[in-house]
Design a protein around this ligand. Structure first.
Ligand SMILES: CC(=O)SCCNC(=O)CCNC(=O)[C@H](O)C(C)(C)COP(=O)(O)OP(=O)(O)OC[C@H]1O[C@@H](n2cnc3c(N)ncnc32)[C@H](O)[C@@H]1OP(=O)(O)O
Ligand SMILES: O=CC(=O)O
Ligand SMILES: [Mg+2]
Length: 747
């Protein structure tokens, strides 16, 4: 039992109380009693509103379920097939009725007049420069520090260590350094330089020396010819002696590229220009996640997460770790300095601009209890404590600066519709006033990841138009919500094929269009979702260029390496130009609002064409990912894992991907695509597979040792069999309950 301190009627867990009193409040400018009084006032005011919003979600869900039960969907048909024209008109009629129903119940709200957001004091990494956005579990200090430092990354390492460079022709990465692979890396990197900072003639592969002479970048080629950059303004600074510089700094599309020169480096020895690396400005922004990538279930966990955020805001977070047999202490990187040709010092941020993702409105936590022992809403607590901690950045208590504009960036996930956004906006206004901050100091990021938000995105943005700094298509949660909302409509398409259905294209396009039309360009980010196969970097380099091309000025990556590779896309694509072009088109052409496609439920169309083997494969794949993730979540408190799927591809799994797989199985079970025996059979078989995948981990507890008592296995079963009743199909209530149970067992 936690010891608690009573503060203005609320019972604060001692761990959180001590953190706030002893580590957060000193130097924050906020007096302890004022803080606790404010906390109590905020809970008093916002808890009932939070509760009412959650009840509204349930009310809508019940109405939608009832509608589907009363209005079964006609068979989907090929609209170009003459014989099925009649059926097709029935489909359209059904769709119209459905949309009218959603409007009548208030699920779809009327769009009001056009407007432009008015957010100010937004850092240029958010407002102006387009680039990758890294997400990281904040509960893991090692990763959290690494993410903050991922502003700059080695292109050579990113290429050498991933499948972007193929293993062909004896180029596999072995134990030691493979010079054949190294040569492929340097060739790739030079080709990149040729495309973004081309020479007046010749290629970066033929350079024997980069020098800064008489304030000019002078590049000598193998032939002896001296050339310069085609666009000389792209050279911005250097380090070292101009005759023998140690770094040449260039800039393209607002992103920096450092050519690192170091004749003593083993890599540079094989290089005529002694280039040791190409360092790229990579994760411009990083989201420190308190939500779906972590497992924080009680006061103790929340306190450790808040402590990491405090360390980042005070600049003193450190972590000791073993790397290649050596113990190192990881800490925040300093800013980077260079000399300009007119001998001025150019200082560039050494760290990603940090956002923090709070949790949504659903969960509660025992870090604070009401007088009658009810847990308080975790989202309200997150808003208050993470803002309080961020005061240390605004007050410049750290040797490092996060926001040079003096803003706090909070990403708010899983909000359903404008009223929920308005609630967050009001909460932040209240927090600002309690903490003596100017209104709109807190910038809000809306995750467009619930159906009611996508459908009403324009009004959601309006509800926070003075502080919005980001919209992002969280397509993973959004897919989960797509299934849950329409649970009763029929069986869904296969998981992978849901992506090919009209709703998702409409969702992605509408998000960019509505964002641009609301004036986000130059003021806020329009973001795209996560690359969820962290080892498939070649495929990412091949395809994720679609994100900047679609007009998005940032997109999520799972790791620093992925950030260094994804930034290549922002060098190739000028997002600002694309956004201008899109805005021109929106102003001159009639654009379809995409709502009908957005509301076209991705139901399985050709049920009869699925063989028993297809169905089993779909089930087993979902179950394997689900179990592989859940067992680490429950037993080890790991909120984000790489889990092999049935084809042995490592997939990033977090609570959002778990929401998809659990809801998908639940949906197929409900519509008799599967039997409960079949699901249980798959769970037993796949548990053994997951156990064997984890056998090298000495701390791992096999599920198959005793299915009946294994808490992780029981959690997995519940997630499927009780999936229909879970609020919005979320996985966190069951995960939290089972992890708390396991923690109690371990005491
Ligand atoms: C739907 C959504 O909400 S998506 C948002 C939530 N998802 C995320 O936040 C993704 C976070 N990413 C991760 O946790 C990991 O990259 C995984 C689990 C996906 C893959 O992990 P693995 O490939 O097994 O990486 P592994 O654990 O071996 O770590 C490799 C190195 O990469 C680093 N690393 C990996 N991911 C990250 C990250 N997101 N941020 C910072 N560093 C990272 C680690 O620190 C480690 O380096 P180190 O040894 O120097 O500390
Ligand atoms: O949070 C991101 C998502 O895809 O869900
Ligand atoms: Mg999400």
């Amino acid at each position: 039992m936690n010891t608690r301190v009573i503060k203005h009627g609320y019972q604060v867990a001692e761990s959180l109380y001590n953190l706030v009193e002893n580590e957060v409040l000193p130097d924050s400018g906020i007096k302890a009693d004022h803080f606790w009084q404010s906390m109590a006032n905020i809970f008093d005011e916002f808890m009932p509103k939070n509760k009412a919003l959650l009840e509204k979600r349930e009310e809508f869900q019940a109405q939608i379920d009832a509608w589907h039960l009363a209005n079964s969907a006609p068979q989907h048909v090929n609209p170009t097939d003459k014989a099925s024209q009649l059926e097709h008109s029935k489909v359209l009629d059904h769709q119209r009725k459905y949309q009218t129903f959603l409007t009548d119940i208030g699920y779809i709200v009327a769009e009001q007049e056009d407007f432009s957001i008015t957010t100010t004091q937004v850092d240029e990494e958010v407002a102006v420069v387009a680039g990758p956005q890294l997400v990281v579990p904040l509960m893991n200090a090692r990763f959290a520090l690494n993410a903050a430092n991922a502003r700059w990354g080695s292109l050579y390492d990113a290429l050498y260590g991933t499948d972007v460079i193929s293993d062909d022709d004896n180029a596999a990465a072995g134990k030691g350094y493979n010079p054949i692979r190294g040569a492929k890396v340097t060739a790739y990197a030079r080709k990149f330089l040729d495309s973004v900072i081309p020479l007046t003639s010749g290629s970066h592969s033929d350079v024997t020396g980069y020098q800064v002479l008489a304030s000019q970048l002078v590049i000598t080629l193998k032939s002896g010819q001296q050339v310069s950059l085609k666009q000389p303004e792209k050279f911005v600074a250097y380090n070292g002696d101009g005759q023998k510089p140690s770094a040449i700094l260039c800039k393209n599309n607002g992103l920096h590229i450092e050519i690192k020169i170091d004749p003593s480096s083993p890599v540079a020895k094989a290089d005529a220009a002694s280039v040791a690396d190409i360092i790229l400005e990579s994760a411009l922004t990083a989201i420190q996640d308190c939500e779906d990538s972590i497992a924080a279930v009680d006061a103790e966990d929340k306190t450790s997460v808040y402590r990491n955020w405090l360390g980042l805001m005070k600049g003193d977070l450190t972590e000791q770790l073993e790397k290649n047999g050596v113990t190192i202490t990881r800490k925040l990187n300093p800013d980077r300095t260079y000399s300009t040709v007119d001998n001025q010092t150019l200082t560039l941020p050494g760290r990603s601009l940090l956002f923090i993702r709070n949790v949504g409105h659903l969960m509660t936590n025992d870090a604070v209890l009401t007088a009658d022992n009810q847990q308080v809403p975790e989202g309200i607590l997150d808003g208050l404590i993470t803002t309080l901690i961020s005061l240390h950045d605004l007050k410049r208590n750290s040797q490092f600066v996060n926001s040079r504009q003096g803003s706090i960036y909070i990403v708010k996930p899983k909000m359903h519709g404008p009223a929920e956004v308005a609630f967050s906006n009001a909460l932040f206004t209240r927090i600002e006033s309690c903490l003596g901050l100017a209104t709109n100091t807190i910038k809000l990021g809306i995750m467009d990841e619930e159906r009611r938000t996508s459908v009403n995105l324009k009004e959601c943005i309006r509800a926070t138009k003075d502080r919005i700094a980001f919209i992002n298509t969280g397509f993973l949660d959004r897919t989960g919500d797509e299934i849950h909302t329409s649970m009763q409509a029929g069986p869904m398409a296969r998981k992978e094929l849901m992506k090919n259905e009209p709703w998702i294209d409409a969702y992605e396009k509408r998000n960019v269009r509505i964002g641009l039309q609301a004036g986000l360009k130059g003021k806020a980010q329009i973001g795209k979702g996560m690359w969820a196969t962290p080892d498939e970097m070649a495929a990412m380099v091949e395809t994720k260029i679609a994100h900047p091309k679609s007009g998005a000025n940032c997109a999520w990556v799972p790791s620093p390496t992925a950030a260094t590779l994804h930034v290549l896309h922002y060098h190739q694509v000028n997002v600002s130009d694309i956004q201008d072009e899109m805005l021109k088109q929106f102003a001159t052409k009639q654009v379809d609002d995409g709502l009908t496609d957005l509301l076209t439920i991705p139901l399985l169309k050709n049920k009869q064409q699925l063989t028993a083997a297809d169905i089993q494969h779909e089930l087993d794949n979902n179950v394997q990912g689900l179990l592989g993730y859940v067992v680490r979540w429950i037993d080890q408190g790991t909120g984000c894992s790489k889990v092999p799927d049935i084809d042995n591809v490592g997939r990033m799994e977090d609570r959002a991907t778990l929401r998809i797989s659990s809801q998908h199985i639940c949906n197929w079970l409900l519509h008799d695509m599967l039997s409960q025996e079949q699901v249980m059979g798959s769970l037993y078989r796949m548990a053994a597979v997951v156990d064997s995948q984890n056998q090298a981990d000495p701390t791992y507890r096999p599920m198959s040792a005793d299915f009946d008592t294994n808490i992780a296995f029981q959690a997995a079963v519940d997630l499927i069999l009780k999936g229909k009743e879970q609020p919005s199909g979320y996985t966190e209530p069951l995960l939290h309950q089972r992890r708390v149970e396991l923690k109690a067992e371990l005491i």
